[in-house]
Design a binder for this molecule. Structure first.
Ligand code: ZN
Length: 122
C-alpha cells in the first residue's frame, strides 16, 4: 500500500516509489551519485511507505549480520545515523562542487586579465 496517489507524487516528487526501491541497495552501499542521492533523500523525507521499505532492507543489509555475530542492533538509531551521514556527505559534496566552480571562474578571470595585460604592454 502506498502513502500517496501516484499522480500526486509524480508532481510533488521527482523520484517515484519504484525508482526509490530500486536504488535502496546502491544507497546502502553508498554508490549513488550526489544528485540521485539528494533526490533519494528528498523522497525518503516525504514518503512513509518508502521509509518503511528502506527500514526493512536496512535491517536485512546491516542488521542481520550484526545479529548473527551477537552484536546489538537498534534499527531506528542505526538507520537515522546512516541517513544523517548521507545528508552531511551530500551537503559537503555540493559545497565542494560550488567551491570548484568559484575557483574555476577565478582562474579563468586571472588568465583573462593576464592575457589582456600581456596584449596591452607588448
Ligand atoms: Zn515512495
Amino acid at each position: 500500500m502506498r502513502f500517496c496517489g501516484l499522480s500526486f507524487c509524480a508532481i510533488l516528487f521527482s523520484m517515484d516509489h519504484k525508482t526509490f526501491e530500486k536504488l535502496i541497495p546502491d544507497f546502502l552501499r553508498d554508490r549513488l551519485d550526489n544528485r540521485t542521492e539528494r533526490e533519494f533523500l528528498d523522497h525518503y523525507d516525504h514518503c512513509r511507505s518508502c521509509r518503511e521499505e528502506l527500514s526493512i532492507q536496512f535491517l536485512v543489509y546491516a542488521g542481520l549480520p550484526k545479529l548473527e555475530t551477537g552484536e546489538t542492533f537498534h534499527l531506528q538509531n542505526e538507520l537515522s545515523g546512516r541517513i544523517e551521514l548521507a545528508r552531511e556527505t551530500n551537503l559537503r559534496r555540493r559545497r565542494l562542487g560550488s567551491a570548484a566552480v568559484v575557483l574555476e571562474i577565478l582562474t579563468l578571470t586571472a588568465v583573462g586579465t593576464c592575457l589582456i595585460l600581456w596584449m596591452a604592454y607588448r
